[in-house]
Write a protein that binds this ligand. Structure first.
Ligand code: HEC
Ligand code: HEC
Ligand code: HEC
Ligand code: HEC
Ligand code: HEC
Length: 227
């Protein structure tokens, strides 16, 4: 029986492992889950909106510029969600005489009933927020868009999607990856809302195209993005 005996510290080790392993595994699992949970990465997060608005139709097929609706994106930190008035420019309800106003595209459509209700009652449509960084992070659209970082870099091909979803993690690593070397992601600022733009030269030579306009080193100090 005793021709092979463990030293006594093994008992202690075994006890330690018995208690310690689940703690380590449990801790690892929590960290991992926090890392991949949709609350953190949000990839694919696509809440159902009160109106089935399609970017593929409006920005893609109809070729409306992003700034027609998100008209503060170049001037302010936040990209405004358009007020009902913007939709009414084209989707006014049928007029009171039973006729249809000139800009009443799909006036009778049930898909637009929330828009028409919002217009009639003067109450905003309750759009659900898709992208939402934690409150301890500072973000600024204007700083990016006016330096030639395109919407597509962070939001993907929105002009090809019916329902907006988050396509990039927008994690600290994603931000820093670009801040370390933004040049390959830059383009002439007048093309930032053109989702189809491709650099006229190989991507490695993009510096040549933007060189004259910018010599940008995006900040990596903690205080750039944190309060
Ligand atoms: C006709 C108006 C209109 C145009 C044009 C438009 N959008 Fe939007 N956009 C909206 C509305 C309304 C919402 C809110 C509902 C939704 O999320 O679908 C929205 C939502 C978004 C969101 C998600 C916002 C959030 O809650 O996080 C992004 C990102 C976005 N748009 C980017 C773009 C980009 C990029 C373009 C140009 C390619 C564009 N939009 C063109 C009306 C528009
Ligand atoms: C510049 C004009 C224009 C603006 C502004 C506009 N749309 Fe539209 N929208 C259209 C056109 C045109 C169509 C129909 C395209 C088709 O049927 O081929 C359409 C279709 C739609 C439809 C589908 C209706 C159906 O019954 O199929 C919805 C929903 C819609 N728009 C919502 C919105 C919302 C919400 C806004 C404001 C954020 C908005 N639109 C702003 C031009 C516009
Ligand atoms: C460098 C990355 C980046 C670029 C470039 C970018 N966005 Fe965003 N966008 C974000 C982030 C991050 C958020 C979430 C901001 C928050 O939670 O405060 C966001 C949120 C939004 C929202 C929701 C409203 C808001 O401001 O929170 C809209 C609409 C939007 N972006 C549209 C656009 C459009 C249109 C463009 C191009 C003209 C664009 N974005 C370019 C990263 C970007
Ligand atoms: C694709 C490239 C890219 C990505 C991704 C990106 N940034 Fe930036 N960011 C830039 C560039 C370029 C500038 C402009 C630097 C300058 O003006 O010198 C900038 C500037 C900023 C500024 C303004 C700093 C100032 O001094 O005014 C803030 C804040 C910022 N970024 C935060 C973020 C956050 C937070 C994220 C991630 C959610 C992010 N950025 C993702 C490229 C990027
Ligand atoms: C370019 C923007 C940017 C810079 C610079 C930056 N951060 Fe962050 N940081 C973020 C974003 C965005 C998040 C939120 C990530 C998320 O929600 O998953 C974040 C999250 C964090 C968190 C929370 C834990 C986590 O990973 O989610 C800590 C802690 C943190 N940052 C510390 C720092 C420190 C320390 C520095 C300086 C060495 C720094 N950050 C620089 C963008 C930045």
């Amino acid at each position: 029986m005793n021709d092979f005996q463990f030293p006594t510290w093994v008992n202690r080790l075994a006890r330690c492992l018995l208690i310690g392993t689940p703690i380590v595994i449990g801790y690892g699992a929590i960290v991992l889950m926090a890392g991949i949970a949709p609350e953190t990465t949000h990839i694919g997060y696509a809440p159902e909106q009160p109106v089935p608005f399609s970017h593929k139709l409006h920005a893609g097929q109809l070729k409306m510029d992003c700034r027609y609706c998100h008209n503060t994106v170049e001037e302010t930190a936040h990209a405004a969600i358009p007020p009902t008035q913007t939709c009414i420019n084209c989707h006014s309800p049928a007029d009171g005489n039973g006729g249809v106003a000139l800009t009443a595209v799909h006036a009778g459509s049930s898909k637009l009933s929330e828009i028409h209700k919002s217009w009639a009652n003067d109450t905003p449509v309750r759009w659900k927020r898709v992208h939402d960084l934690p409150d301890f992070v500072k973000f600024n659209h204007s700083a990016h868009v006016t330096r030639g970082v395109s919407c597509v870099s962070c939001h993907g091909r929105i002009d090809q999607t019916d329902v907006v979803s988050q396509v990039k993690t927008l994690s600290m690593a994603t931000c820093l990856e670009c801040h370390r070397n933004p040049t390959p992601h830059l383009r002439p600022s007048e093309t930032v809302t053109n989702m189809e733009w491709v650099p006229p030269k190989p991507a490695s030579e993009i510096g040549e195209i933007v060189k004259d306009h910018w010599n940008i080193k995006a900040n990596q100090n903690c205080s750039t993005c944190h309060y």
